[in-house]
Design a protein around this ligand. Structure first.
Ligand code: KG4
Ligand code: ZN
Length: 334
């Protein structure tokens, strides 16, 4: 069979990235240009600045990706691009670049949902086997998804308010840590002990999540202690927060595997880089004979390699877009 080379573009938030993926699982070259340091000055992503930086970077990133791969556009089979969800001004830059390349070089154009990309980051590690449960934990999403085959998604639960990464970033801000705070809270948590009495986030029988309660509890605790003239032990607070998050996420995920009679689990999204979450799932899956895939740390956060992996399967299913493809900031379904 002829090899399929997908040139993929991702620009949904503050990373400008391009990648060339062979046959859905082989990374030929990937470039990720992060704007993180710039946005850290403002305590979070500034959409206007993000889109302007994507404009400045997209051509350089594409050129470097092709150069590193030593591949010309003639050898590329199709072009995949994240069309949403994300920041509209950021998405538009990637979508316009992809449409331009597809038009000039007469290549099929493949629209990829950002979260489907995160799910397929796992395919770069090990080929997906079905049925499986996907736990999506990112800055904008917290979802449990049942997949019976490639591109067959059934959402079985999601967050009712904040996404888990959002809760991490807000807690980090309360602890005066720079953006993005998730990895820093994770690092602190490993140095601390679980001493603070925080509530468990939505510990019910459903597959839904809610993280605004625990986030508010952390904020209130900090203010109350400060009013009493006490200082907060950041390590212990981070550890107490992280433990509650891990407890609920693992409990609901393991319940889903059991009730859906599935023995394969994949974890997707930026928060999948969390060491506490990775360790706990590794142990639980080992005990319960569950095949677990978690992407490499640098493929958990936003990158175009995952878009190329997802794009390969969309290509097989003839999921092509026309040149009127538009970016979408919100997309309800996967
Ligand atoms: O998937 P991603 O790169 O962007 C979205 O699609 O949202 O996820 C970014 C999120 C941020 O909230 C960041 O703080 C969080 O992932 N994150 C982490 C860790 N690494 C990244 N959260 C907790 N622990 C980590 N180690
Ligand atoms: Zn993402």
């Amino acid at each position: 069979m002829k090899d399929i080379y997908i040139l993929a573009i991702e620009s949904s938030c503050d990373e400008t990235s391009a990648s060339i993926i062979k046959n859905g699982n082989e990374e030929i070259s990937t470039v990720v240009l992060s704007q993180m340091d710039t946005h850290a000055n403002y305590g979070g992503v500034v959409p206007e600045i993000a889109s302007r930086m994507h404009v400045e970077n997209i051509t350089l990133v594409l050129e470097e990706t092709l150069n590193k791969a030593n591949i010309t556009m003639n050898e590329i089979t199709a072009i995949a691009v994240t069309y949403g969800p994300g920041l509209i001004g950021s998405l538009l830059i990637g979508v316009e670049a992809a449409k331009t390349l597809a038009y000039i070089y007469h290549k099929p154009l493949i629209p990829v949902h950002h979260i489907i990309g995160h799910i397929y980051a796992n395919n770069l590690k090990k080929e997906l086997q079905f049925p499986l449960i996907a736990l999506v934990i990112s800055g904008g999403h917290t979802e449990l998804v049942y997949m019976e085959n490639h591109y067959k998604f059934k959402k079985i639960g999601s967050t009712l308010d904040d996404a888990v990464g959002e809760a991490y970033d807000k807690v980090a801000r309360v602890l005066n840590l720079p953006y993005p705070g998730g990895p820093l809270v994770d690092a602190l948590a490993h140095k601390g002990e679980d001493t603070y009495n925080l509530p468990l986030p939505l510990d019910d029988d459903s597959y839904n999540f809610s993280f605004s309660g625990i986030k508010s509890a952390v904020i209130n605790l900090k203010h109350n202690e400060e009013q009493k003239g006490n200082t907060i032990n950041k390590e212990n607070l981070a550890c107490s927060f992280q433990n509650r998050i891990i407890k609920v996420i693992t409990k609901k995920t393991m319940k889903a595997l059991n009730e859906y009679n599935v023995n394969k689990l994949i974890i997707a999204g930026g928060v999948a880089a969390n060491k506490g979450i990775r360790n706990e799932f590794e142990q639980l899956c080992d005990i319960n004979n569950i095949d677990l895939i978690i992407p490499a740390i640098n493929r958990c956060t936003d990158n175009a390699a995952m878009i190329g992996a997802a794009g390969y399967y969309a290509y097989q299913l003839n999921q092509f877009a026309k040149y009127d493809l538009n970016a979408k900031s919100n997309i309800e379904n996967l």
